[in-house]
Structures are given as C-alpha cells and as structure tokens.
Design a protein around this ligand. Structure first.
Ligand code: HEM
Length: 408
C-alpha cells in the first residue's frame, strides 16, 4: 500500500498543477473532486514566465474538448511541457500534434499496422514474454516488478513493430526513460533533451536503412508510403517512430505496474480474478481507469469560445485531466472503488475522438497478458520495499515496486 499526503481543496490557490512533484508526492483526489463540483473549468495562474492554463475536470467537458479538434487544436503541443514552453517543433508532422486532413491521412496509414490482425504476431510474442518474465521473477522469489517484469513488455512490442534489433533494445529503453525525465526528482530538462535527440538520431538511421527495402516493419511502411500524394521525409518518419515509443512504452508500463499494485492493495479483487469470478476483459478496463497513466492532454483554443459555460480566449492553453474525468461521480458509480467487473466503463484513459490512442488495442492486449499471467502463475504477492513514484505532470505511476511473488 502506498499512501501519499492528501492535498485539501483549501490549498488550491497555492497549487501549480504543472508541478511534477505535486503529482508524484501527493494525493490530489480531494482537489479533483472539489473542482468537478465547484469549479469544473478552473484557471491555473501563470507561474514565472510560464503562462496560465485552463484545467478541465468533468468527464462531459473533457470529452467535448477531445471531440473538437477545430476549436481545440493539438498543433500547439498536446502536453503541458510543450504548451507552456510555447509550442512543439514537430507540429504538423508527428501524428499526435497534427490536425485536419494531414492528421487523418497519417493516421489512416499508421492504423494499418495497428489492426488486431496486423498485431497478431506481436501480441503472441507479448504473451510469451510476460509468462517468461513472471516465471523468472517467481523462481528468484523477489523482483522489482517495474524493472524486472513491466519494463520488458511494451518496449519489446514497439521494437517488434519498428524492427529494432535485439542488441539495441536496452539502449533504446534507457533513452526513453530519460527523454520523459520522469524517473527521479532531480532529472533535468537538459538530460531529457539529450536523450530525445539521441532517440531521433537513432530512428533517422533506421529510416535511411529502410529506404533500401527488404523490411516489413512500421519504419518500412512509413518509408514506402505517401500521405497527401507525397512521400514522408526522414524527419517525419523519425518523429512518428519516436512518438510510438514515447506514447506506447512508459504509459503501458505504468498501467501494468499500477495493476500489480492494485491487486496487492485489493486482495479480494485478486481472489475474484484468480477464481474466475471476474473476467480479464473487464479487469483490463478497470485497471486502465484506476491507473490512468496519462494524467492530462493539452490543447490550444483556436478562437474565443467557452467550455462548460466558462469563456476561454483564442490562444489559451486548455488541459483536460483524464485523472479527474475517470473518477467523475456523474459517470462512474462508486468511482473511488476498484471493481474489476465494472461495466459500463467509459474511461478516457486513451482519450476520445480524433486523437483516440492509436495503440489502444496493443496496450489492452499487454495488460490482459499481465493480468492473465498473474492470475495463472502467482498465488500471493507481498511488497518487500518502498515503491517509488515517477516525477511528471503528464505520467502517473511507479518506477519501482519491489515484490515477492509466490507460485500457485
Ligand atoms: C496504457 C497505455 C497507453 C495510454 C494510457 C495511452 C494514452 C494515450 C492518450 C491519452 C492519447 C491521446 C493524446 C491526445 O489526445 O493528445 C494517445 C494517443 C496516441 N497513442 Fe497512446 N496510450 C497508451 C498506449 C499506446 C501504445 C502501446 C501506442 C503504440 C505503440 C500508443 C501510441 C499512440 C499514438 C501514436 C497516439 C496519437 C494518436 C493520434 O493523435 O491520432 N499508445 N495515447
């Protein structure tokens, strides 16, 4: 069980919701509840040179912003970090921060690599990897679930998709963690920037290689296709490879680690899963809601408008908080209870509308493999040391979870 100090709604005036430490070190559920109830569209004031931003907390308002990429564009950046820094240089070229026809064309192309059929071999490999990693952890008796089990799963799947050779995978994992700068309180923006540049250079090399033909991976698909009648240049290929790794590795990892912690904290639910009283399908959806690894998404208002009746100006930064919408009592019955048989479960963990997560099917398959593995192979779990949070205003979860796993 990890308990963090609860922040009281009375402290709201002094809070900066862009501060990674706030999300890592405290429990904001009372603040979210208060905002949903009293001030569902709140303004986080400017701090230093960073502009202020709107904080949207109700499920209905969150989905209405997600749905409307004309009024709320992603092209100014889609997370606080880039929005507050004044934009993202990959706008209009990387899927998640492109809108309109270019987005639709690029998405149609990438979707062909993310259909259940195209992913069949990747998912089969995920299932084998999960069982191998769990068996190894059980045999050793203790493990860091984050490092020894979860870290090997999503990145392996993305590397399969991108055709990254086995020998490069540890290097790519290390760069991915530093690029999001979320693993310790002291990592700097410069560390993250260097890691990000190295990832981009790595994929530029892979793109050059794939232009020569003879491969059937996503890099080769991007290198051999046209969007809007024109081929993609090396920059576009490398940016979209980068976005798959950053979008699909740590998010999925955090949901698996969070799922293991949730089963540990809720032994009755673990028992229900093991006895077959709840199915893996509904359990996956509840774990996605419960863990909400992507705390928020960001947009820029393209014109003077309103959200939930509150005026928002052209150019304003708007953030929608999945973490709050997923606990909205207007949509979820007993939202603060983990119920693995919850249906319906309209969580917004993968967003909503035109930018709905491209990797949702893959992520669900990965979490399902972990839950099925824990159900079939593990009798008991015990925490053997302190868990460590990630430090981020965008990602939420644990970078370390020491466990003892016993077979059964
Ligand atoms: C539990 C795991 C995951 C979570 C919580 C998650 C969350 C999200 C969210 C919230 C968005 C929308 C961002 C926005 O609207 O600005 C998104 C988009 C996206 N995700 Fe995921 N994701 C996960 C797994 C994956 C995986 C496994 C991949 C690929 C391997 C992936 C690739 C993408 C891409 C490419 C987009 C952009 C889609 C677009 O703009 O059309 N994600 N994801």
């Amino acid at each position: 069980m990890t308990t963090r100090p609860t922040i009281a709604p009375g402290d709201l005036d002094t809070l900066n919701l862009a501060d990674p430490r706030l999300h890592a070190e405290s429990d904001l559920s009372a603040v979210w509840r208060h905002l949903r109830e009293v001030e569902p569209v709140h303004f986080n004031p400017p701090v230093g040179s960073a502009p202020g931003f709107w904080v949207v907390t109700r499920h209905a308002d969150v989905t209405s912003v997600y749905r409307d990429s004309t009024r709320f564009t992603s092209e100014g950046g889609n997370v606080l970090e880039t929005l507050l820094a004044g934009g993202d240089s990959a706008a209009g070229r990387m899927l998640a921060i492109t809108d309109g026809e270019r987005h639709a064309g690029l998405r149609r192309l990438l979707m062909t690599a993310f259909t259940p059929r195209a992913l069949e071999p990747v998912v089969a490999s995920v299932r084998r990897t999960v069982r191998r990693l769990l068996r190894d952890a059980i045999e050793r008796g203790t493990c860091d679930f984050a490092v020894d089990v979860a870290a090997g799963i999503p990145l392996g799947a993305i590397c399969d998709l991108l055709g990254v050779p086995d020998s490069d995978r540890a290097h790519v994992l290390a760069l991915t963690s530093s690029a999001l700068g979320s693993h310790d309180a002291d990592s700097t923006a410069a560390d993250a920037w260097i890691a990000k540049s190295e990832i981009l250079l790595y994929f530029a090399g892979l793109a050059r290689d794939r232009r020569e033909g003879g491969h059937a991976d996503v890099v080769a698909l991007l290198a051999s296709s046209r969007v809007g009648g024109l081929p993609l240049d090396d920059d576009e290929i490398m940016l979209n490879c980068y976005s798959l790794i950053l979008g699909g590795d740590e998010t999925a990892r955090l949901s698996m680690i969070g799922a293991a912690l949730a089963l540990l904290d809720h032994p009755g639910q673990f028992r229900a899963l093991k006895q077959g009283d709840v199915g893996v399908g509904t359990a996956v959806e509840e774990m996605l809601r419960w863990t909400t690894p992507a705390l928020h998404s960001g947009r820029t208002a393209t014109a003077d408008t309103e959200i939930g009746g509150r005026p928002v100006g052209a150019g304003d930064v708007v953030t929608v908080w999945n973490a709050s919408a997923n606990r909205d009592e207007r949509v979820f019955d007993t939202p603060d209870r983990l119920r693995l048989d919850r249906t319906p479960n309209k969580h917004v963990t993968f967003a909503y509308g035109p930018h709905f997560c491209l990797g949702a099917y893959l992520a669900r398959a990965e979490i399902a493999a972990v839950l099925a593995g824990l159900r079939d192979l593990v009798a008991t779990m015990e925490q053997t040391g302190p868990a460590k949070p990630v430090y981020s205003n965008f990602l939420s979860g644990l970078s370390s979870l020491p466990l003892a796993l016993r077979a059964g």
